[in-house]
Design a protein around this ligand. Structure first.
Ligand code: ADP
Ligand code: MG
Length: 319
């Protein structure tokens, strides 16, 4: 066992000079951090926890765990249209393993630096491995993208492609194999759609990030908005990989119901179609229009002949 004390661990692996002292006058080292919110902005805050064996396989690479723990939190800020600013990290691990901590913090800071997010505090505890992150960001007051704003007649969109993370997890569980690099990335290093969220401020009527699968998360947005929706399965964006390596029915099932993709699903008025394309098509993720919001409650998925598809027959189990 190692003799590093708690604050030595923090200093060695987690303390980085704060760049924006004006916004964060007090950070790691005191009982709490201070955040100075820009005038005319609201503080957007969210917490997520990843538990070993539940949210990532036991024995996952520490770099990936560090990366993903921040990525899933940033995805929540993206879904609000917020600009990320700061993060707090609560880490629970069974023993002090310096090699593990080095890799974990490398993955964490890789993403933190990419999005200019400063680590301003946290906590260390001994126990089974789990990682909680609190992310904070800003948004001009009143501009946050909520789940509750979808209007009848709005178009429904999604960024990126769907089902890849689910396909990766399936491969891991079934074959216990090492994943090809791109598939590994789709599960362990999801790309938070921060740029898309920022671009959608004042354009999208509602937004949510897809952590539990399109059907489940879109349903949450529809319920919050008091509306329903019709989706067209032939419009679901499937990666080349899913189209070629996965039977079509399974690809559709994964795209609709598998979680962990962390794409954004959002709604916007039909007259904004050109604006949405112009804003999001240039981003690396791209955007697809899947269907339309309707007054008839519930989520209906239509096949290419416009017949209602029963998710249960595809093997969907809702729990
Ligand atoms: P307290 O006992 O008052 O909660 P701690 O001794 O746990 O404070 O932490 C000391 C300081 O180190 C605090 O400012 C805390 O925010 C910070 N800190 C603790 N763990 C981490 C971590 N994993 N990453 C970044 N900062 C941390
Ligand atoms: Mg204290």
């Amino acid at each position: 066992m190692n003799t590093l004390h708690e604050f030595d661990i923090i200093e060695k692996f987690f303390m980085r000079p704060v760049k924006n002292r004006a916004r964060f006058p007090l950070s790691i080292g005191d009982d709490a951090a201070l955040i100075s919110v820009p005038e005319g902005y609201e503080l957007v805050t969210s917490i997520d926890t990843l538990v070993s064996g539940t949210h990532f396989p036991e024995g996952s690479a520490p770099y990936d765990i560090g990366y993903k723990s921040l990525a899933v939190s940033l995805s929540d800020l993206a879904a609000m249209g917020a600009e990320p600013a700061a993060v707090l990290l609560a880490l629970t691990f069974p023993e002090v393993d310096q090699a593990w901590l080095t890799e974990f913090s490398a993955g964490f800071f890789h993403l933190a630096e990419q999005y200019s997010v400063e680590l301003i505090g946290g906590n260390l505890t001994r126990g089974s491995l789990s990682v909680s992150t609190v992310v904070n960001g800003w948004i001009p007051s009143g501009k946050a993208l909520r789940r509750s704003g979808a209007q009848v007649g709005d178009d429904i969109y999604v960024t990126g492609t769907l089902g890849d993370a689910g396909f990766a997890l399936r491969q891991l569980q079934e074959k216990h194999s090492v994943l090809p690099p791109e598939l590994h990335e789709r599960f362990f290093r999801p790309c938070p759609r921060v740029q898309a969220g920022l671009a959608l401020r004042g354009k999208a009527t509602a937004a949510i990030d897809i952590s539990d699968g399109l059907a489940a998360d879109l349903a949450k947005m529809l319920v919050a908005s008091g509306v329903g929706a019709d989706l067209h399965i032939e419009r679901l964006p499937l990666s080349e990989r899913l189209q070629h390596q996965c039977p079509h029915e399974l690809a559709i099932l994964l795209a609709l119901t598998a979680g962990e993709d962390y794409e954004l699903c959002f709604t916007a008025p039909a007259q904004s179609r050109q604006a949405i394309q112009a804003l999001l098509a240039p981003l690396s993720c791209g955007v697809h229009r899947l269907g339309v919001v309707s007054a008839q409650l519930g989520l209906r998925v239509l096949d290419s002949e416009r017949k209602l598809l029963d998710l249960m027959t595809l093997g969907y189990q809702h729990f």
